[in-house]
Design a protein. Structure first.
Lengths: 148, 79
């Protein structure tokens, strides 16, 4: 079956706490489950200072999800994110079209960190403390606050 | 009398000069993109940054995507 590779960034209201974060994650995974999508990588960038003020204030909790799916997957994901109050903003980008699921290298792509995740990981390795949640296809942990 | 402006040295496109840099050109990399916006948050014109036409199009697209998810500002506050 031909799928496409997408990535979606969601900004979650930091005031909603871990419960809000879990709710958004569950909704995203539900969308993938319902439409036959497959999660490739989930990154929790934690709380970041926003470049401009939004309804959640000047800070937001960023979630990055990379997945395989159809246009229906994106439609359902965005529909659910749109009705979830805790999700303030979202953006989906098409990475590549016509991916054959059987030939897709999940392992390599799951390890492919985004630049922000790389800088968070290097910061975490320099300073002692809790690590950054950049696990492939696992539930996000609460990230620490950092200013961009 | 009109003074003729001496043509400045033509800058080399940083993305053509360095393939690694071109590969890092992504809306999720605001640190790199920040070099190509002014202090007011506007996209720097090619004649200032020296970027080639091809990469200016890519740069503009990525900056706009980054703005959409608040990784870069649309306009700087106040100044």
């Amino acid at each position: 079956m031909f799928l496409r590779e997408y990535e979606t960034i969601t900004i979650v209201d930091p005031e909603s706490g871990q419960d809000g974060l879990d709710k958004v994650l569950d909704r995203m995974r539900e969308a993938l489950r319902k439409t036959g999508g497959r999660e490739v990588r989930l990154e929790d960038w934690g709380r970041r200072k926003l470049a401009y003020e939004m309804s959640c204030g000047r800070k937001g909790h960023y979630l990055y999800l990379r997945y395989l799916g159809t246009n229906g997957t994106v439609r359902e994901l965005e529909r659910l994110l749109g009705i979830t109050e805790e999700s303030v903003k979202y953006q989906s980008i098409l990475l590549s079209g016509r991916v054959v699921e059987a030939d897709y290298d999940f392992e390599t792509n799951a390890k492919d960190l985004t630049p922000i995740a790389q800088s968070l990981a290097s910061r975490a390795s320099e300073a002692p403390g809790p690590g950054v949640a950049t696990q492939p296809a696992t539930k996000a942990e609460e990230g620490k606050t950092h200013d961009a | 009398m009109m003074r003729k402006r001496r043509p400045g040295r033509r800058k080399v496109c940083p993305f053509l000069a360095d393939k690694n840099l071109a590969a890092q050109l992504d809306y999720k990399n605001p640190e790199l993109l920040k070099r190509f916006i002014t202090d007011r948050g506007r996209i720097m014109p090619r004649r200032i940054s020296g970027v080639s036409a091809k990469y200016q199009r890519v740069l503009a697209r990525e900056i706009k995507r980054a703005r959409a998810v608040a990784l870069l500002p649309y306009a700087a506050d106040g100044e």
